[in-house]
Design a protein around this ligand. Structure first.
Ligand SMILES: NC(=O)c1ccc[n+]([C@@H]2O[C@H](COP(=O)([O-])OP(=O)(O)OC[C@H]3O[C@@H](n4cnc5c(N)ncnc54)[C@H](OP(=O)(O)O)[C@@H]3O)[C@@H](O)[C@H]2O)c1
Length: 280
């Protein structure tokens, strides 16, 4: 069976798969096993972060994998406490040492932390790290349009990707429109809304039954048809396989609209509004 995951091109010319593996809480020997099973199944994009304390786990899986390094797209993220320029440069180096990698394919600012107001310096550090060959593509997470407009104004460089909370209960229509108009790729975090209540939703269940798919597969297909990259996390090979088996069916316009109607203004999982929420 062909398990090739389609790829999509970013504004800097790099191509990356439309589904990757989230790794929050995948750590240690078990974490290495889970990441290796995902790579065996066909995953090539792996999402990590300095603050997940698992860059070492990801790096170990990369080394043990039979897939060559240049076929993998490894992501990490800069924590809020290291956004001042010099600290950001050191943190990027430390991220690489932890993973024992020579470069990251994607490196993202984890949160804008607007009250702290160092995200433009952090962005300059990412721009420079890319020039030095430490990172292939640079992006952000949880940035509002106003934050990205400032990056563009002060550095001339827009992110390749903005990784944001996105799932049927919080579909970020306005933010996605801004991304599309400005050539920034949308990447969905918690794409399954952490697979809690959503897996009991009747609308999604009806659509899933219609296609003989699971609710998770319908949700991930919806992300794909929105044009968003998604990074579902699963520790188990069965679910990892389920989550990439979405390229043999399509949702019609009515189904896409029905899923679109599930969004709610208070649909965020943990009320993390980037205009005020800060993470260090
Ligand atoms: N940039 C940011 O600020 C930010 C914030 C949050 C997350 N993230 C990234 O986004 C990734 C994904 O988000 P997330 O981990 O919060 O949530 P998620 O991917 O929406 O959901 C993960 C949960 O769903 C379960 N699951 C996965 N596939 C399933 C399936 N097919 N059927 C039933 N249950 C399933 C997993 O359990 P099992 O593991 O037991 O299968 C896990 O408990 C993270 O791992 C992280 O890499 C980024």
């Amino acid at each position: 069976m062909d398990r090739t995951i389609p790829e999509i091109m970013l504004n800097d010319g790099m191509t990356i798969p439309v589904i990757g593996l989230g790794t929050y809480r995948l750590k240690g020997n078990e974490g290495v096993g889970s990441i290796l099973s995902a790579i065996d199944l066909g995953y090539r994009l792996i999402d990590s972060a300095y603050n997940y304390e698992n860059e070492g786990t990801v790096g170990e899986a990369v080394r043990r994998s039979s897939i060559s390094r240049d076929q993998l797209v490894i992501t990490s993220k800069l924590p809020g406490r290291y956004q001042e320029y010099d600290k950001a440069v050191t943190a990027i180096q430390e991220s690489l040492y932890r993973a024992n990698l020579d470069y990251y394919d994607l490196y993202l600012i984890h949160w804008p932390n607007p009250k702290q107001d160092h995200y433009v310096e952090a962005w300059q550090a990412l721009i420079d790290a890319k020039k030095w060959g430490l990172i292939r593509s640079i992006g952000v997470c949880n940035f509002l349009p106003e934050h990205m407009e400032r990056l563009k104004k002060e550095t001339g460089v827009l992110p390749s990707i903005n990784q944001i909370e996105l799932h049927p209960f919080f579909n970020q229509a306005e933010q996605r429109t801004w991304h599309a108009e400005n050539g920034v790729m949308t990447e969905s975090w918690s794409p399954l809304a952490k697979a809690r209540d959503i897996l009991k939703n009747e609308t999604l269940q009806a659509i899933a039954s219609q296609h003989q798919k699971t609710i998770s597969q319908v949700i991930l297909r919806w992300h794909y048809q929105l044009g968003a990259i998604s990074i579902p996390k699963s520790a188990t090979p069965e679910r990892q396989l389920e989550n990439i088996s979405i390229f043999d069916f399509a949702l019609n316009e009515t189904e896409m609209n029905l899923i679109g109607e599930l969004t709610r203004p208070d649909g965020r999982i943990s009320n993390q509004n980037p205009a005020i929420y800060e993470e260090f």
